[in-house]
Design a protein around this ligand. Structure first.
Ligand code: T5A
Ligand code: NA
Length: 225
C-alpha cells in the first residue's frame, strides 16, 4: 500500500473577499480551465444553500427569517462541517477542490456585525471556535477590491450584509483573520489578489498566484487551527 503522506493529493484552494469582489466569476473560470486542461477539479460553494442547514442560512441572508447572531454563526459553521468529510475524501482522491468562501468569511462577517447582544459584534475567539480542525486550505486567495468599485457592481445591496457600513467593518475583520492565519501557518497559505481591472486581468493574476499548486500537493490535509 502506498503511504498517503508521500503521494500527491488534490489541492484545496479557497477564494475569499467582500461581497461582489468577483469570487464566483473567477472560481467558475478556474474550474473550467482546470477541466479543459484535463485535471480533476470541483467547485464547493459556501454557504451551500442546497442542504437543510443551507436553506435556513439562505432565508436569513434574504431577510426572510430572523436569527440570533450566535445561532446563525454556528449554522454557517455547521454548513461547512456537513461538507468537510467529502472535501477531505476528494482531496485524497486527487481532486482539486476550489471553494467560493470558507471559514474566514464565517469569522469576518460574524465578528463585524453590530449585534444586539454585544456592541462590537461577536468576540473574535468565539467566532474561531466552531471551525476548529476543519480541513486547512493549501492556499487562500483574498480578492481585494475598493468599496466604491464593489458598490458599482450589479445587484449590490440585495442581501443582508450588503451595506457599506457592514462591508467596511468586515474588511477590517478580514485583516485580523489574515494575521491569525499567518501567525499559525506562516505567510504561504494566504495571498491578497488585486481584484481591480477586467475579468481577464484578474484571472491572469490568480493564475500566477496559484502556479503549479493544481498539479497536486504532497502531504496530508492539515487542520485550520
Ligand atoms: N457569509 C458567508 C457569512 O456571514 N458567514 C459564512 O460563514 C459564509 C460562508 C453570502 C453572504 O454570506 C456571508 C457572506 C455574504 O454576505 P455569497 O453567497 O458568497 O455569500 O454571496 P456574495 O459574496 O454576495 O457572492 P456573490 O456571488 O454575490 O459575489 P462575488 O462572488 O464576489 O462576485 P461575482 O463574481 O458574482 O461578481 C459580482 C458582479 O460583478 C461582476 C459580475 O459579472 C457580477 O455581476 N464582475 C465584474 N465586473 C467588472 N469587473 C470585474 N473584474 C468583474 N468580476 C465580476
Ligand atoms: Na452577497
Amino acid at each position: 500500500m502506498s503511504d498517503p503522506s508521500s503521494s500527491r493529493r488534490g489541492a484545496f484552494i479557497v477564494f475569499e473577499g467582500l461581497d461582489r469582489c468577483g469570487k464566483s466569476t473567477q472560481v467558475a473560470r478556474l474550474v473550467d480551465r482546470l477541466e479543459r486542461e484535463g485535471q480533476k477539479a470541483r467547485l464547493q460553494k459556501f454557504p451551500d444553500r442546497t442542504t437543510a442547514i443551507g436553506k435556513m442560512i439562505d432565508a436569513y441572508l434574504q431577510s426572510k427569517a430572523e436569527m440570533d447572531d450566535h445561532a446563525i454563526h454556528l449554522l454557517f459553521s455547521a454548513n461547512r462541517w456537513e461538507c468537510a468529510a467529502a472535501i477531505r475524501q476528494d482531496l485524497n482522491r486527487g481532486i482539486t477542490v476550489i471553494a467560493d468562501r470558507y471559514a474566514f468569511s464565517g469569522i469576518a462577517f460574524s465578528a463585524a456585525k453590530v449585534s444586539r447582544s454585544a456592541e462590537m459584534g461577536l468576540p473574535f475567539d468565539f467566532c474561531l471556535q466552531p471551525d476548529r480542525s476543519l480541513p486547512l486550505p493549501d492556499l487562500t486567495l483574498y480578492m481585494s477590491l475598493p468599496q466604491e468599485e464593489a458598490t458599482q457592481r450589479s445587484q449590490f445591496g440585495e442581501e443582508r450584509y450588503e451595506t457599506v457600513t457592514m462591508q467596511q467593518a468586515t474588511r477590517k475583520q478580514f485583516r485580523l483573520v489574515a494575521e491569525e492565519v499567518k501567525k499559525i501557518h506562516g505567510g504561504t497559505k494566504w495571498i491578497d489578489v488585486d481584484a481591480r481591472g477586467t475579468i481577464e486581468e484578474v484571472e491572469e493574476r490568480i493564475k500566477g498566484s496559484i502556479g503549479v499548486l493544481t498539479d497536486g500537493v504532497i502531504g496530508r490535509v492539515g487542520e485550520l487551527w
